[in-house]
Ligand binder design. Structure first.
Ligand code: SF4
Length: 245
């Protein structure tokens, strides 16, 4: 292995201290508390860690003060963050920039598994809602409006939509499909990835495709049932067979 890939992996684990990152995520679905940067021009979401041995000076990544040979550039705050909908909701609360050209949104910011005893140990989906930095449910129209602005003002080239898990058999996939369809009506060529738990009715996956999604992440996280139940007491109770269906 060359030095640079191992540095990328190490800094993704250990984070960077004193990183001035205008685009960051302090909480939300899945892992968060990161700053978005380009490492040698390639996007990365890096933990903001005051105890990290990595730091940045003059656009260079330093390890214990020594230049690693890797360039670091913070992703600039996108222009669409300064806009708001007619009802006064900030666009930034509806969708966020990830890396330099990816628009991301959590279409439903609550999860049926978010009780303390059930939640995934790496997830903070409802913390951003409690902090007022997002809204509970994004409508298809709101997401389409923000996506259009982000494409026109900031040149986003792809989109990711995830969701907290709902109580329904679809586990949130039906609302995802509505949101995908709305975005593709205003941006017909925008590649969209969706993320959800395995829906009870697999035909919903066809609905997501018909709406315009071309990639789906159904994240099992681990194939070890003991690890799944330890790290994801709620989600880990979904049988692996549902992921293999
Ligand atoms: S299933 Fe787990 S990772 Fe997904 S939103 Fe719920 S608590 Fe977070």
């Amino acid at each position: 292995m060359t030095a640079q890939p191992s540095t990328r992996v190490d800094v993704a684990i250990q984070g960077i201290r004193l990183l001035d990152a205008p685009v960051s995520r302090r909480s939300g679905a899945g892992p968060s508390d990161d700053g978005h940067v380009l490492l040698n021009g390639v996007g990365a979401a890096i933990p903001l860690n005051p105890r990290s041995p990595y730091s940045v000076r003059g656009g260079r990544l330093l390890l214990d003060g020594a230049d690693t040979g890797m360039g670091v550039e913070a992703v600039a705050r996108p222009r669409f963050y300064d806009l708001q909908t007619a009802d006064g909701t900030s666009y930034e609360k509806i969708a966020r920039l990830h890396s330099s050209h990816v628009l991301a949104t959590t279409v439903v910011q609550t999860c049926v598994r978010y009780e303390e005893s059930e939640r995934c140990r790496f997830c903070a989906i409802e913390e951003s809602l409690a902090a007022g930095s997002t809204i509970a449910v994004k409508s298809p129209a709101q997401i389409a409006e923000v996506a259009k602005a982000a494409a026109e003002l900031d040149g986003i080239t792809q989109m990711v939509m995830t969701t907290g898990t709902s109580n329904g058999r679809d586990r949130g996939a039906v609302h995802l499909a509505r949101c995908v369809r709305a975005v593709r009506e205003v941006l017909p060529d925008l590649p969209i990835q969706v993320q959800c738990e395995p829906p009870g009715d697999l035909s919903v996956i066809g609905d997501l495709y018909d709406a315009g999604a071309r990639s789906i992440g159904i994240h099992v996280e681990s194939l070890d049932d003991d690890a799944r139940l330890r790290w994801m007491p709620g989600k880990g109770s979904v049988p692996l067979a549902e992921y293999r269906a």
